[in-house]
Design a protein around this ligand. Structure first.
Ligand SMILES: Cc1ncc(COP(=O)(O)O)c(C=O)c1O
Length: 468
């Protein structure tokens, strides 16, 4: 009997050992025992060495995505007779090693807090390769960015113009700045991921831009680079990017009357495949369509195509990451109100919303596969859930998993490289997992796992040995 709870995009007869190349990292494969291997290292071996849950990053996959995205935008820009500067959006995933990989691939790094700035600097990133974002940068954060000679600070509100100018003045520097614009374009994505709706916190309304730029230009310690737009995240359709670019270019053209506007930054947000339901456009195609729309609009406005900048994050880090979990309990739930045959297996794993908040935060969908062995059994509609005290603590909402899935089996959830480690928490006092890079048959921890002791030591009432 068909289970009415299986969503249309999920095949009830899917091959339970298959690793869809559009979702899993490039080196993902199964060895003779049917174990998942990443970068030539098996999932059980990784868990033996580093514990479970575990964030695994396929380094060569990450590096080849850096190259693919860079080539896509560089080729598109060259065709339009301009150049492009790429800022990796470090909020997606950042460690000192990740910063080094990104910079060696020719990228700059976009940071949005003093903390991210500190990690990028600790990874040896030079100021020229850094940009600072944020809607509420502190004076200290701005001061650190100016003294590091970051290549751009993105101004998000009028108040920041004076702040940045006076800090740059005090350091006797001329700080390049961009102005973030709220284009009003509604990107087709989750509300919390869409950042250019009118009623939200980021950017300056288009109508106010000329006056703000005049103000920026009046400060001798600021140099205006151009406008910035970021319409949201996990976007598949090109239309939103094009609409935002066109709106910005109209204002950009007006601004040319008052001085130079050398650049245009169109942000990030390029979507990836998490499940079979997602069909992102190949990045070369998306980049080409965005840049050619920019070029066309510039021709229509009779202006030169500015130097372009983009801020990809998820598209680089997301598909390179896999999270490994151990199965703790399974439970079959019959859902009579959903019709005959409606049932779901709840598979509880040893992590959850503390290592991946995205399903709870914006209903994100993931997929999963058994990682520790081969299986011949049929699939059962399953929901992978965490161990936290929240019913919204879901890791994978809908997946067909082997009917013989058992306690201590390992499950792997792909496409967790972006916004999982970086959004992790210690909810329910769970120590955060290690982040391990795999490449050419070797594993190396980029970030060690936390221990309960690590967490306890931040509690100033903690008295080692008991506290009587
Ligand atoms: C200003 C800005 N740029 C770039 C990004 C990166 O977006 P994505 O990881 O979807 O490419 C974000 C994400 O929130 C952002 O806020």
């Amino acid at each position: 009997m068909k289970n009415p709870l299986v969503p249309g995009w999920l095949s009830e007869n899917k091959d339970l050992e298959a690793l869809d190349a559009a979702i899993w990292p490039a080196t993902a494969q199964r060895n003779d025992r049917g174990e998942l291997e990443l970068g030539g290292v098996s999932a059980p071996e990784l868990v033996r060495q580093y514990g479970s849950p575990l964030y695994v990053l396929d380094q060569s996959d990450f590096e080849s995505r850096l190259a693919e995205v860079r080539d896509a935008f560089e080729n598109a820009a060259a065709k339009a007779g301009t150049s492009v500067k790429l800022y990796y959006a470090s909020k997606a995933l950042l460690t000192t090693d990740v910063a080094r990989w990104v910079v060696s691939a020719g990228y700059a790094i976009d940071v949005s807090t003093g903390g991210e700035l500190a990690v990028a600097l600790a990874g040896g990133t030079e100021g020229e390769r850094l940009g600072l974002h944020g809607n509420n940068k502190s004076l200290v954060e701005i001061g650190r960015a100016v003294s590091a000679d970051v290549s751009a600070i993105v101004i998000d509100s009028e108040i920041e113009i004076e702040r940045i100018a006076s800090i740059a003045g005090a350091q006797d520097k001329i700080q390049p700045v961009r102005l973030r614009v709220n284009s009003g374009v509604h990107a087709s994505t989750h509300e919390y991921l869409a950042t250019a709706r009118e009623d939200q916190k980021f950017g300056i309304a288009l109508d106010d831009v000329p006056q703000m730029v005049e103000k920026i230009r009046s400060h001798s310690h600021l140099r205006f680079l151009g406008l910035h737009s970021h319409i949201g995240s996990q976007i598949f359709a090109v239309e939103g990017f094009v609409a935002a670019a066109e709106k910005l270019l109209e204002v950009h053209a007006e601004l040319l009357a008052g001085g130079e506007v050398p650049e245009l930054n169109l942000g990030g947000g390029f979507g990836i495949r998490y499940t079979a339901a997602d069909e992102p456009m190949p990045i070369a195609e998306l980049a080409s369509q965005i840049v050619s729309a920019v070029s066309k609009k510039c021709a229509a406005l009779s202006i030169a195509v500015p130097k372009l900048a983009f801020e990809p994050g998820r598209i680089i880090a997301g598909p390179a990451g896999v999270t490994l979990y151990s199965v703790g309990t399974t439970k079959d739930v019959v859902i009579a109100e959903s019709g005959e045959g409606a049932s779901r297996r709840y598979v509880s794993v040893d992590g959850g919303m503390s290592d991946n908040i995205r399903p709870a935060l914006y209903g994100a969908e993931y997929s999963a596969a058994i990682a520790s062995r081969t299986t011949n059994s049929s699939g059962v509609l399953s929901r992978v859930v965490g161990k936290h005290c929240e019913s919204g603590d879901i890791v994978v909402r809908h997946e067909m998993l082997p009917a013989d899935l058992a306690v201590n089996d390992l499950l792997a959830v792909p496409a967790t490289g972006a916004y999982c480690y970086s959004l992790s928490s210690n909810y329910n006092f769970l120590p955060r997992p290690a982040l391990v890079a795999v490449k050419d048959g070797k594993a190396r921890a980029l970030v060690r796992a936390e221990s309960e002791q690590d967490l306890l030591e931040r509690d100033l009432g903690y008295q080692p040995g008991g506290g009587e």
